[in-house]
Ligand binder design. Structure first.
Ligand code: FES
Length: 240
């Protein structure tokens, strides 16, 4: 079994274990954005970076993404070195500039003490190209309804030929897992019926799939209806 030193702790791990899994096992927290335990690692967001070197050449270090890098014998891993923290915070600033409305990104930035965003070009994009939705659709829902197309600035996630996919079952998995989606789904709300409010509200992520169902919690539409009901009842009581 490969033996590594991670933040000064020597430990042996099964072959094939990733550095992220090893760190998690030892209770070391590493931020992630494009990683999900139920999906294959993709290495897109780079937030999980760590600094590695080898015992026989400790001064020659490099930065790698821990969610895709497997443990190797004699590896020295630093998860919170100055170099790592500087890069991680810069990445979070970039994500904040791309997608400032995302609650997940805001929470990560706050947790990792990012106190400013130095980028002037704030974009309010609805995609950070983490590929979670594509993997969710393919690996968990067996849909393969969406994928990346094009390259560079034209890159986007869509259905084949931008047409309505025959294999999409409107499960909402892609919206549920999206970290950038403005009206982020939280999973089915047991107390409330499914309301399809996302369709009525038309958040930007639904442009391409206008008949998609969404299980939002809290649902802005229901909340608004509830508020109106309460207000009408109060008005009624006052007029009695
Ligand atoms: S979590 Fe590892 S690259 Fe995104």
């Amino acid at each position: 079994m490969p033996k590594i030193r991670i933040n000064g702790i020597d430990f042996e791990f099964e072959k094939g274990t990733t550095l992220l899994e090893a760190a998690k096992f030892l209770g070391i927290e590493i931020p992630t954005l494009c990683y999900n335990e139920g999906l294959s690692p993709y290495g897109a967001c780079r937030l999980c970076i760590v600094e590695i070197s080898y015992a026989n050449n400790p001064n020659n270090s490099k930065i790698v993404s821990s969610c895709t890098y497997p443990v190797e014998d004699n590896l020295i891993v630093r998860t919170h070195s100055q170099r790592v923290m500087r890069t991680r915070r810069l990445l979070l600033e970039m994500y904040l500039a791309t997608c400032p409305q995302s609650k997940i990104i805001q929470d990560l930035a706050s947790k990792w003490e990012v106190t400013q965003c130095r980028f002037r070009n704030i974009r309010y994009d609805d995609c950070i190209y983490c590929g979670l939705c594509v993997r969710m659709c393919k690996e968990q829902m067996d849909g393969k309804a969406i994928s990346f197309v094009q390259r560079g600035y034209k890159r986007k996630i869509t259905t084949p030929f931008d047409k309505k996919s025959e294999t999409c079952r409107l499960c909402g998995g892609c919206i549920y897992i999206c970290p950038a989606c403005q009206a982020r789904c939280q999973g089915p709300n047991e107390k409330e019926p499914i309301c399809n409010a996302c369709v009525a509200e038309n958040p930007p992520c639904l442009e391409a799939w206008e008949d998609m169902k969404c299980y939002m919690d809290p649902c802005a539409w229901c909340e608004q209806e509830k508020r109106e009901k309460i207000r009408n009842e109060k008005v009624k009581n006052i007029n009695k």
